[in-house]
Design a protein around this ligand. Structure first.
Ligand code: FES
Length: 136
């Protein structure tokens, strides 16, 4: 357990460790990203959190960075170095791996990213554990 001081944190990386991403190598990606951060001495600037499913399983392995509001897809452990470089240098951004980018109003999907399903209440309730339409 830990309670970190986040006052110097500039980037928060959410590493999807849901089942689809885990089957596609999320553990190895998580370790590679964290090792890259540590090797560069950036632990005070970049905070990481493992998450459950982020709802974009076809994009496995999924990773999200805040506050830039950038979602990544198809990430592999070998992308870790480029990813960490891209956080401090926008010219190095991993354009081919970006799936969504927040534009100040909403998330814009990149061209080759799978559209995904519209969020219909019944479907959302079906895939959300512990949430049933009866309880609303
Ligand atoms: S398991 Fe990663 S987005 Fe669903």
């Amino acid at each position: 357990m830990a309670t970190w001081d986040l006052t110097e944190t500039k980037h928060h990386i959410l590493l999807c460790n849901g089942s689809s991403c885990n089957k596609a190598g999320a553990e190895e990606l998580t370790q590679a990203v964290r090792a890259e951060i540590m090797a560069r001495g950036l632990d005070h600037e970049i905070h990481t959190t493992r998450t459950r499913c982020n709802g974009r399983c076809q994009d496995k392995c999924v990773l999200v960075v805040y506050p830039s509001g950038r979602w990544y897809k198809d990430l592999k452990p070998e992308d870790a170095s480029h990813l960490i470089s891209s956080l401090s240098n926008d010219n190095e951004k991993l354009s081919n791996k970006v799936s969504f980018q927040y534009n100040g109003i909403a998330f814009e999907r990149t061209e080759e990213t799978v559209i995904g399903e519209k969020k219909i209440q019944e479907k959302v309730a079906r895939v959300t554990k512990g949430l049933s339409m009866d309880k609303q």
